[in-house]
Design a protein around this ligand. Sequence first.
Ligand code: MN3
Length: 251
Amino acid sequence: MNRRMAIKQMSGLASAVVFAASRVSRAAGFQAAAAAPASAPATAPTGPFTLPALPYAYDALADYFDAETMHLHHDKHHQAYVDKLNAAVAGHPEVAGKTVEELVANLSTVPESIRTAVRNQGGGHANHSFWWPTLGKGGAAPTGELAKAIDTRFSSFSGLQDKLSAAAIGVFGSGWAWLVISPAGTLEIETTPNQDSPLALGHKPVLGIDVWEHAYYLKYKNKRADYVKAYFSAVNWDAVSAKFADSKKAV
Ligand code: MN3
């Protein structure tokens, strides 16, 4: 080995050592941060948005949605949307003064730097806040104005179930299938990807089926169709029918 080669090799070794050292210190820094969770909750914003309580027991829908899934879905997933939305709006008091529904319905008015976070995390918070009260015990089928509107638009309740089920099963990846009131006042079925809200399209949700795997994987594994079938037995039709009558008045 001549001198020039030796120097080259040594400098290569030296830079490898420096590189390794920087990797070590970065890893150590990461571990230090990860090992200090006690300080994180104290500084994380806890408002202005908050997780709504489930309007029934976690095992109330156990025949269709198991209690463990309900805990994870509500206490972990929905809570995470709320926490990340609060983190996004921190330092934006003009945004934090609005409801989450107002925010996702008017994304173009949200500062660009936080628009994607509001769309995703705010959408997740809005969609789940809408969803929980549509589930629970109460009636086996739509009633009143909703029953009439479904018959008019889809011929029958089973006609709606077939079309909404097909839409839910057909969502590629994570998203939602919805029954909505269009700006023209008609009932329509649509799907949204990720946590996009029908409110962003000017539509009012009547029913929603969450087809993120977190909603069904523990009980139904890869069988989304079985979960969608069970969903129709978990709907609180009395509450949904009453809310529809109110929404229809406001269109
Ligand atoms: Mn969900």
